[in-house]
Design a protein around this ligand. Sequence first.
Ligand code: BDP
Length: 584
Amino acid sequence: MFPQQNAFRQYFDLSGFWDFRFDPEDQGQAAGWADGFEGSQPIAVPASWNDQFLEDGAGGARDNLGPAWYQLNFGLPWGFAGRQLSLRFGSVNYLADVWLNGVFLGRHEGGHMAFVFDATEHLHADANRLVVRVDGRLAPDRVPPGNLPREANEGFAMHSYPDTAFDFFPYCGIQRPVLLVATPRQAIHDITVTPAIDGEDGLLRVKLKASGDNARLVLEGFGSQRPARQALKLEWEQGEAEVRVPKASLWSPAHPNLYRLTFELLSGGQVCDAYSLQVGIRTVAVEGSLLLLNGEPIFLRGFCRHEDFPVSGRGYLPPVIVRDYDLLKWVGANSFRTSHYPYSEQMLDLADRLGFLVIDETQAVGLFFKEGGLERRLELCQQFTSELIQRDKNHPCVIAWSLANEPNSIHPAAKGFFRQLYDLARSLDTSRPVTVVSMVGEAEESFEFLDLVCLNRYNGWYTQSGDLDSGVQALSAELDALYARYKKPVILSEFGADALPGHHAQPPEMFSEEYQAEFITRYIQLLESKPYVVGEHVWNLCDFKTSQAVFRMNSFNYKGVFTRDRRPKLAAHRIKQLWEEKKR
Ligand code: BDP
């Protein structure tokens, strides 16, 4: 549960300038840095470390993936003493070890995901020292993987420096805020709200875990309606209830109506904790070749993006989030996928408010199945899937879970691997479709059990290069075959072409703005002519940084329809026009 501020809860944001140093010999722990270290330089938190410094040691700071150490001294904020206290990290990439006042609090593996350590017994009233060792190195037994032996990637290996098995820069560090959190001793621990629709009414099925005697719910709706109250009985610290919302205002992209549902925990007849959620009443379902929102067919128009910006890297940057939503609105999008890792919780809160349909993806990108270590990769993917669903389950904006992007799943082991992940996702949430975003097409046998067919295609770019006619023709045939075989709704989850901003060619030619605009136009026209296609996500909203490689000029992927500093290319204007016409 994201921390809140109310009469019972408080949090303090530890963002700011911390002390930082690299640990090239990996001797920091032996040298006692966990208790505090010297020889540091200031660093901004949250942000990736890679683009904050020009130099550090022989390799330079940019390509130095750690280990590195962070340290912060702070006093306990007023009002925090006597509470349950914890430290919450929004995202540390990739591996974090955390010490508070010399005491080891724990380790978390995997970036892009929040994790919490209890700190109640270890915080001092006056001076505290928080130390974090961060290891962002690439390895075959990490997810996403890197530094793979050449044969591991079944021929798909991209050779780049740093050597990622994925196409974005492996930014590392403390990339989202670190919060010091105070909660009551008797508290609400977990809330699950699943919406349903019954005629004109909405239903909110609520599950609560809390350590009090009993609880009550307060639902606030629109303007004049009075808040509705309802009791919720707890047994063994768990309780369930169904809240009926008469004549509900449903949530949708056109009308992102949100209710406010407050949980009050009672102990000895007194309220001892409270937590409020913004909830949207909407349903998602797959029926035949259709994707339904609130029982009506819906078509996803939008993009994939990256958390990526100059200097801050993958760091949490609120103005860029606002700008990106403005770009999405301007161009007429209603949807995006969190390629290729979970985005910040704040990004999803805004998607709820602004009415975007989100395919929420784990960080399982670049998976391979040939080499050893599959068990470990499965364990990590299971952890990431559970963490994602636990974190994002209450967002109305999230309409599907994506378990992975472009696994090299022509290998026979892939199907069993994804069957296990699919079953896990389904056991945690039955209210949303589950998918894997594939590049292998018909050979992706997991499509037999996945709820949506998500395919990435670059015909006219990586294949049929420069020849859009043949590319689009081949795509059309492939989509038909895919639907004929699996009979499920299809989303073209990536398609796009690099365009160097300011480079023009008529007739259109690869890498020109005209070619990108033409490529996307032809794809959109094709996709919207196929009744079983339910979505189109252009790759990518903005240009973004990658590792160095011969196929990545300036270490950028230029498939953005906006530049990295968020200016439109020709394609953005073209898409805006196309999607405006569709809406009419
Ligand atoms: C797709 C990947 C994406 C890449 C894109 C590209 O899913 O991460 O950035 O290709 O090559 O295969 O531009």
